[in-house]
Design a protein around this ligand. Structure first.
Ligand SMILES: CC(C)(COP(=O)(O)OP(=O)(O)OC[C@H]1O[C@@H](n2cnc3c(N)ncnc32)[C@H](O)[C@@H]1OP(=O)(O)O)[C@@H](O)C(=O)NCCC(=O)NCCS
Length: 168
């Protein structure tokens, strides 16, 4: 198989990232403007997976909280459907966790839809834990925070403490 490079995103990647995002249902997609903002102003906390021949086959967009620099957040993660189950998602997460640890973060947080079984299985497999405190509800066996993103927008909230980032 062709070599895959994990590297920081660059501003000029944003259209390719936006196009790949369209193939990543049921993940939410964003306006091109938001992809541009991430790759321009948050590039040190955003990563892409790239084939040695040049195509982008995965991306992770995240940031470190400005309110609490010990907390980081992964907003979107996507691997090209044709390239799944080859540890690319795990490598993108590892790159983010390594960066966040180096920058002094203690925790990483992300959310996903309760119907997104693939991502829920993936995050549990790589050692993320479901937030179970607060106003929760059980949706198809998953713990979601009720109305997390507004009325009816229940979300599974995952977290991981970075000092536990060993061997997952
Ligand atoms: C979730 C996603 C990023 C996983 O990417 P991936 O590259 O296929 O995952 P990996 O190959 O790195 O998998 C890492 C581990 O998770 C497991 N895993 C991945 N997807 C899984 C699934 N659907 N069910 C069960 N386990 C799964 C793998 O088996 C692997 O474990 P192993 O190394 O012990 O075999 C990918 O499915 C995707 O892009 N989904 C659509 C977008 C999305 O929903 N993003 C998340 C919400 S923002």
């Amino acid at each position: 198989m062709e070599d895959i490079l994990i590297r920081n995103a660059l501003e000029e990647d944003f259209i390719k990232i936006a196009d790949l995002g369209e193939e990543c249902e049921p993940m939410e997609t964003e306006s091109k403007s938001l992809y541009h903002i991430f790759t321009k102003y948050f590039k040190s906390t955003c990563f892409v997976a790239e084939l040695s021949s040049g195509g982008i086959i995965g991306f992770l967009l995240g940031f470190i909280s400005q309110e609490n620099p010990e907390e980081s957040y992964i907003h979107l993660l996507c691997v090209d459907p044709k390239m799944r189950s080859r540890n690319i998602g795990r490598k993108l997460i590892d790159a983010f966790l390594e960066m966040a640890t180096a920058k002094g973060c203690k925790k990483v947080v992300l959310i996903t839809k309760p119907i997104n079984w693939n991502s829920i299985s993936f995050y549990k497999k790589i050692g993320f834990l479901e937030e179970k405190s607060g106003d929760t509800m059980n949706i198809l066996g998953n713990i979601a925070i009720k109305n997390y993103n507004g009325l009816g927008e229940h979300m599974v909230v995952f977290y991981k403490f970075l000092d536990e980032n060993k061997g997952n």
